[in-house]
Design a protein around this ligand. Structure first.
Ligand SMILES: C[C@H](CCC(=O)O)[C@H]1CC[C@H]2[C@@H]3[C@H](O)C[C@@H]4C[C@H](O[C@@H]5O[C@H](CO)[C@@H](O)[C@H](O)[C@H]5O)CC[C@]4(C)[C@H]3CC[C@]12C
Length: 899
């Protein structure tokens, strides 16, 4: 394992030694370590590469009091504050919000889609989540705990379940010499177990979708490495949907004698909620054999009224490996009978037959144990798995039944857990090979910094752990059911949704809206590069909502006005709340009426062309073309003075939904010009000369207006209002250029923004928003005044948005400012993953001091646009004959080309 450890350390792939603060346990008996002690007495040399030492030092400052409610709103000294601003308590918006909140949570007894009063507390404990895409996720902490649960789609709860553990038993010459729960916890339950593993002897590494935990069993001369793998495989639409995780335990016996090693995996029936005690749950042992491969374990049937599920813990039987089990035990008791059972012979009792049903108030757990003999100085592997089968799901409204994607391969009867376990344990090697082939060219590229490699892959956790759901289209669903009786002419809507299903992920674990579109615009790079069919399917869903309307009136919370939920021919903010009925009822967001937002329609057009450019999917382009025209027609009304450029409405009418914009703006104006340019390009591709001419005329007028109204000789002003802050430097002012560059539409006849202006703007942002903010160590602040002081005119101008920073970095790379791009992005990675200890929960925003907002957020997936930009740079380098920067450009499977 030394080689694995040092490889990971040298790569600096999110690795840190455990702080303990607990008494040491295990075989060494006497090691009591505090956090400080950890720094004074380093663990064995192999673990103490510079990278790990660095992690330890950093961890000690993870506890900085960034303790405001993470929604960014908090009550302090009787005042309501957001991002350090005191919010006027007489503001209509606040009053309306609280009235709405009270009705929703106290009268209707439902949860709010954004709960400003009950933020999720920050816990710096998370590691790599388990599970594929859209089947639910179970997150493990970096200390091995099972601590974040999302089995009901889109709904999270944060609870460490103490009984969910791995325990090791070592036996020499027929005697148990060491038995230890591999956890630093010392809980008040299961006190008959040996807890308090000494954290000095454990190491965590994560490179999503894999993680490694190395245990140097103190005093035992045995090293265990648990490799955790989930099936998250680019361009794979089968195994990537499976709700499973595999734990491959490598056992290294450095002794001069044989050792019998057992790994016991215990699991509670449930996820740590009060439903675990609701009664009627039961367990049963199982074995599943296919094609000569056999797995065995225990099924834990969780029989709730809504969304019942079965958990399965299992291990692979093979020559020399025995699998035993315990069907049921009480995880709230001392657990002594389980401990003694294992201690006696390194095996579990393995009773036959089902458990009885739990009584109300009772909790039940089960365990599976894999055992083998490891010869002196030898090495063996034990393979265990966790699967969960919740095939049929209801969202909060319980109106419609949805079948998860994996049911097309494993059935929807609720009896798939054995087959899922078998598939996972017999296919994980293939998954590992594919994951390695995908990640290797990037990991082995010595020109890329280590932090970037960690950021790129680890931020991808949100693809599964973003409350993600991937479901089948019901077989009886007709095109009219989706597009309405008039139809939208989406000829490939049904084939795409039938073949690839429907995909949705949350704006954030705390902002419970699916596919928030102004934010997905940033994150969509991960989807189009890695699972392009899911991006195409998501776009079809958006296209369907564009042609539909929802005439229900409702009051919007920020302005107090009443308007209908969804207008025809505009892009919605989101496709709904998992607490309600997503896809069916869209626009869960009711802060603003987003029918008047300026960015949503444009972001649809930009994604359509970007997707076409990367996939060459001309059927998709043809289907989306009328929808693009419809949303652009709706957008035209925002060009009130007919100068070819849209104007903002004097409210926060775009993704910066608390940052007011008046008149022409760099952000929306730039997105508009980019979208108009793409309309010209799409019209050219589709041979629509009339439309091409129409948009070419708008573009030439609009370009002139944009330069005249916003260019100030160094950068594009925030807006044209001439207000005190209209000359602010916005870090996102080149968002239009970002998309144009990603699609090769940034030069020659398609040049929208003058190259020299773009480069000057990016250099100004780098100098002011990045380097003059927090010493250049925290990324780019959203808004900076020209004198180098952050723009505090709104709660969001003064924030850093991590996803925006990664997009900015990509734009810099596209424009040849590669060093600046990396420096900019590095600040965010180090702040979030290292300094603030927010691994696997990257928030939407933080401020220089004390405040962060919205943990586990969608936008940071935009880091994949950095990768696209780098690959684009590599192509430029190759074609100009200079040194190759990167590995080969990401490839779409051949079947994809020109579908
Ligand atoms: C109600 C307050 C005062 C309104 C008034 O002036 O009358 C609001 C002032 C600040 C608001 C909060 C702030 O904007 C942050 C959160 C935004 C969030 O919306 C999503 O956020 C994304 C931007 O981070 C955006 O791109 C996305 O489209 C949105 O879905 C809504 C919750 C906020 C906490 C927001 C709440 C109202 C204010 C406190």
């Amino acid at each position: 394992m030394a080689s694995l450890g040092s490889y990971l350390c040298s790569q600096n792939l999110l690795s840190r030694p455990w702080p303990t603060g607990h008494g040491g346990g295990g075989g060494s008996g006497s090691c009591v370590h505090s956090h400080e002690h950890l720094e004074e007495h380093p663990a064995p040399a192999q673990a103490w590469s510079p990278a790990l030492r660095y992690w330890t030092a950093l961890f000690s400052c993870c506890c900085v009091p960034w303790d405001t409610g993470s929604c960014g709103v908090s009550l302090q000294e009787g005042q309501l504050q957001c991002g350090g601003h005191v919010l006027p308590s007489d503001t209509e918006g606040i009053v309306i919000y609280f009235r709405w909140w009270y009705k929703k949570t106290r009268i209707e007894k439902k949860s709010a889609f954004i709960d400003l009063l009950c933020a999720v507390p920050l816990q710096q404990i998370y590691g790599c989540p388990l599970g594929g895409i859209g089947g639910g996720t179970i997150t493990r902490g970096w200390r091995g705990e099972f601590c974040r649960w999302q089995l009901n789609p889109g709904i999270y709860h944060y609870e460490t379940v103490i009984a969910d553990q791995f325990t090791v038993c070592l036996r020499c010459k027929g005697q148990t010499v060491y038995q230890q729960v591999l956890s630093v916890e010392r809980p008040s339950t299961l006190q008959g177990w040996n807890w308090g593993y000494c954290g000095h002897y454990a190491f965590y590494h994560a490179l999503y979708p894999r993680a490694w935990m190395v245990y140097e069993l103190p005093g035992q001369n045995v090293v265990l490495t648990c490799r955790q793998v989930s099936p998250v495989i680019p361009h794979d639409y089968k195994d990537s949907s499976l709700p499973v995780g595999v734990f491959i335990w490598e056992v290294e016996n450095e002794r001069d004698e044989d050792v019998d090693v057992s790994i016991m995996f215990s699991l509670q029936n449930g996820t740590g909620t009060k439903e675990d005690r609701s009664g009627g749950h039961w367990n049963e042992p199982f074995a599943f054999e296919k094609e000569g491969e056999r797995v065995a374990g225990v099924l834990l049937h969780h029989c709730t009224h809504v969304n019942p599920f079965t958990l399965a813990i299992s291990a692979r039987e093979k020559a020399g490996t025995g699998v035993t089990h315990l069907t049921a035990f009480n995880p709230m008791g001392s657990g002594r009978e389980v401990w003694q059972d294992l201690l006696q012979d390194g095996r579990l009792d393995s009773p036959a037959g089902k458990s009885s049903l739990t009584e109300k108030g009772e909790v039940m757990a089960a365990a599976v144990c894999a055992s083998c003999r490891v010869p002196a100085r030898g090495h063996r592997t034990l393979e265990l798995a966790l699967a969960w089968d919740m095939p049929r799901v209801h969202f909060g409204s319980k109106e419609k039944l949805h079948l998860r994607r994996y049911t097309r391969f494993f059935g929807s009867g609720g009896d798939a857990a054995p087959a899922l376990s078998h598939h996972a344990l017999t296919h994980y090697e293939e998954w590992e090979r594919k994951i390695e082939a995908w990640q290797k060219p990037i990991l082995e590229n010595s020109q890329l910094p280590s932090w970037y490699k960690s950021a790129l892959f680890n931020e991808l956790y949100f693809m599964t752990d973003g409350g993600t759901i991937w479901v089948e289209l019901p077989p009886d669903c007709r095109a009219e059911d989706l597009q309405g009786p008039e139809g939208a002419g989406l000829s490939h809507l049904l084939p795409v949704l039938r073949e690839y299903g429907r995909f949705a992920y949350l704006e954030g674990q705390e902002y419970r809206m699916y596919n928030t579109y102004d934010v997905h615009f940033y994150a969509s790079f991960a989807l189009i590069m890695l699972w392009p069919k899911l991006q195409i399917s998501l776009q079809y869903d958006i296209a369907v909502t564009v042609v539909n309307e929802d005439v229900q009136p409702r009051q919007y919370l920020m302005c107090g006005q009443t308007a209908q939920v969804k207008l025809k021919n505009v892009v919605p903010h989101d496709i709904g709340d998992p607490g309600d009925e997503p896809w069916h009822r869209v626009n869960a967001y009711l802060m603003h009426d987003t029918a008047d937002w300026k960015d949503l329609n444009l972001k649809f057009v930009l994604q359509v062309y970007r997707d076409y450019y990367l996939t060459h999917d001309s059927l998709y382009l043809r289907d989306m073309w009328p929808v693009c025209q419809a949303v652009m027609e709706s957008e035209m009304k925002f060009d009130t003075d007919n100068d070819g450029l849209i104007e903002n409405g004097g409210f926060a009418d775009q993704t910066y939904d608390a940052w007011v914009v008046h008149g022409a703006s760099a952000y929306c104006g730039g997105l508009w010009l980019a979208a108009v340019c793409m309309m010209c390009k799409m019209a050219e591709v589709l041979g629509d000369a009339e439309i091409q001419q129409k948009y070419t005329d708008i573009l030439s007028k609009g370009k002139e207006a944009f330069e005249r109204m916003l260019w100030n000789g160094k950068y594009y002003n925030y807006d044209s209002s001439g207000s005190e802050t209209s000359s602010s430097i916005m870090s996102d002012q080149c968002a239009g250029q970002w998309f144009l560059g990603a699609c090769g539409l940034d030069q020659g006849e398609f040049e929208v923004f003058r190259k020299s202006h773009v480069v000057s703007a990016l250099k100004t942002i780098f100098e002011k928003n990045v380097m003059s903010f927090a010493g250049g160590t925290m990324g780019a602040v959203n808004g900076m005044r020209p004198d180098g002081v952050p723009d505090t005119s709104s709660v969001q101008s003064n924030e850093v948005w991590i996803g925006v920073v990664y997009a900015l970095a990509a734009t810099m790379i596209q424009e040849g400012l590669v060093e600046e791009g990396f420096r900019t992005a590095e600040g965010c990675y180090r702040t979030v993953w290292e300094r603030l200890g927010m691994a696997f929960q990257t928030p939407e925003a933080y401020r220089e001091k004390k405040v962060y907002r919205s943990l586990a957020y969608m936008r940071p997936l935009s880091i994949w646009s950095m990768q696209l930009a780098l690959e684009g740079q590599a192509l430029i380098a190759v074609s100009s004959g200079s040194v190759l920067l990167m590995g080969p450009r990401f490839a779409f499977p051949p079947a994809w080309e020109g579908r």
